[in-house]
Design a protein around this ligand. Structure first.
Ligand SMILES: *Cc1c(COP(=O)(O)O)cnc(C)c1O
Length: 434
């Protein structure tokens, strides 16, 4: 699962005691395990090794450049969705031919930067976008590769509506029926060479089954295209593999690969290249958010635990009703968690609402959650917060964004310093007439 483990009732990340760490860096703070990151990447690479994929880590799930560098060193490419993410990839020394670029609203400036960088693939979301990129490539006298993003019209019923992307009529990609027309119209363009198919069906997807359905449809499309003279040389099957938010509820990398790899063996054997874009399944369990209890409050029958982290640090609960396991970092032996689940059954637990400091009723981290007794100044750990945590943090309520710390064995490194009040206002101090 990950390297956040209790030793003698005290939560550690690898060999570092997290209470000791917080004494040095304060709260709220994101803490990452290098070992978990590497293992989750390696497991994905091993599980899919029979089809030798390019694994493009989704920067939008966790974009710290030290993390991107570490994955790039292991051979990872990157999946980017903006010019800012392309810049992060460049700062992380990622090989540019291993970068794939998706997103429905690429601007001309972003397109020029990506063309100049000679990225691997533009993942194309619409006819208008294809024409625009092709025009700019021609102006620049360059060529690029494109993958058409198709909507296979599959959706996992367990995926939140806000993160479902593979159904018909989302803003992403084009419907399957339009794909052949798309190739007929644009498949002979010299500057933007349409040679690949891209799928990304949503996130998180809790079983291999939606991928199987999507890939089967894509293979039929690739065969239809072949008969019409279009040779598809790469298939990007996207991301969306789940993280282990509750212990044992999500398939392992091997669990997904077992059903997916056989479908792609033939394509691979014929020289086809396969691309994966995992984010959450690599980053999710590799990070936690540590927060301090500020106050306890009893309202009617409810017990509120008010902490110093909220929706400005981790918005997933407010935005997607997500579950994050939360537990004190320091517990008596009877309260060492043997599981991470919504329904912890141990003596002495009390249901609590864990809420943040932000002035919004929706600013909550857990509702009616059984927790061991906690007191002011105790530390709580919000688990599986590595993906879509820090990257979605904001300055709402003028909250400085937290620090990020990377742990490796006994060593802790600040990989992003905590923001200051000066940081909050610095871009507003350069007032100038225009
Ligand atoms: C967000 C995104 C991903 C990563 O999704 P995860 O659930 O984090 O694996 C991959 N590809 C595209 C195009 C995305 O938008």
């Amino acid at each position: 699962m990950d390297d956040f483990v209790y030793q003698d009732g005290q939560l550690h990340c690898e060999q570092v005691n997290l209470d000791d760490l917080v004494a040095r860096v304060g709260t709220p703070v994101y803490v990452y395990s290098q070992r978990t990151f590497q293992q989750h990447y390696d497991r994905m690479a091993e599980a899919f090794a029979p089809i030798d994929p390019l694994i493009c880590f989704s920067i939008k799930s966790c974009g710290n450049i030290q993390i991107c560098k570490m994955l790039a060193d292991r051979g990872a490419g990157m999946d980017v969705v903006s010019g800012g993410e392309l810049y992060r990839a460049q700062k992380s020394s990622v090989a540019m031919n291993k970068v794939v670029y998706a997103g429905v609203g690429k601007t001309d400036v972003e397109i020029r930067d990506a063309l100049a960088a000679k990225i691997g693939y533009f993942n194309i979301e619409s006819e208008a976008e294809f024409e625009n990129i092709a025009t700019i490539a021609k102006q620049m006298g360059t060529t690029a590769q494109a993958a058409l993003r198709v909507n296979p019209d599959v959706a996992d019923p367990k995926t939140h509506a806000k993160t479902t992307t593979g159904a018909k009529e989302t803003k992403f990609g084009v419907d399957l029926e339009r794909a052949i027309r798309f190739f007929e119209t644009y498949g002979h363009n010299q500057h933007l060479q349409l040679t690949a198919i891209h799928l990304h069906i949503g996130s998180p997807i809790y079983s291999a089954e939606p991928y199987v359905r999507a890939i089967k449809k894509a293979m039929i499309l690739i065969e239809d295209l072949r008969q019409k003279g279009f040779h598809v040389t790469a298939l990007d099957i996207g991301g969306g593999y789940a993280a282990d938010y509750e212990k044992g509820r999500s398939p392992s990398a091997a669990g997904y690969a077992k059903d997916i790899v056989p479908l792609l063996k033939g394509f691979h054997r014929d020289g086809g290249k396969i691309i994966l874009e995992p984010g959450r399944s690599i980053a999710g369990n590799a990070g936690v958010l540590l927060t301090r209890v500020l106050y306890l409050k009893f309202g009617g029958k409810k017990k509120f635990v008010i902490v110093d982290a909220g929706m400005s640090n981790l918005i997933r609960v407010a935005m997607y009703d997500s579950f994050h396991f939360i537990w004190p970092t320091n517990v008596v032996p009877a309260h060492v968690p043997t599981n991470r689940s919504q329904h912890m059954a141990m003596d002495g637990l009390e249901p609590c609402d864990v809420v943040g400091p932000i002035c919004e009723t929706g600013d909550l981290l857990a509702k009616q959650r059984p927790l061991p007794p906690v007191a002011r100044d105790d530390l709580l750990c919000i688990f599986t917060a590595g993906a879509y945590g820090m990257v979605m943090a904001s300055n709402y309520n003028a909250m400085p964004r937290p620090a990020e710390v990377m742990i490796s064995g006994h060593h802790a490194t600040i990989v992003r310093r905590r923001e200051t009040y000066e940081d909050l206002v610095s871009t507003e101090l350069e007032v100038q007439p225009i």
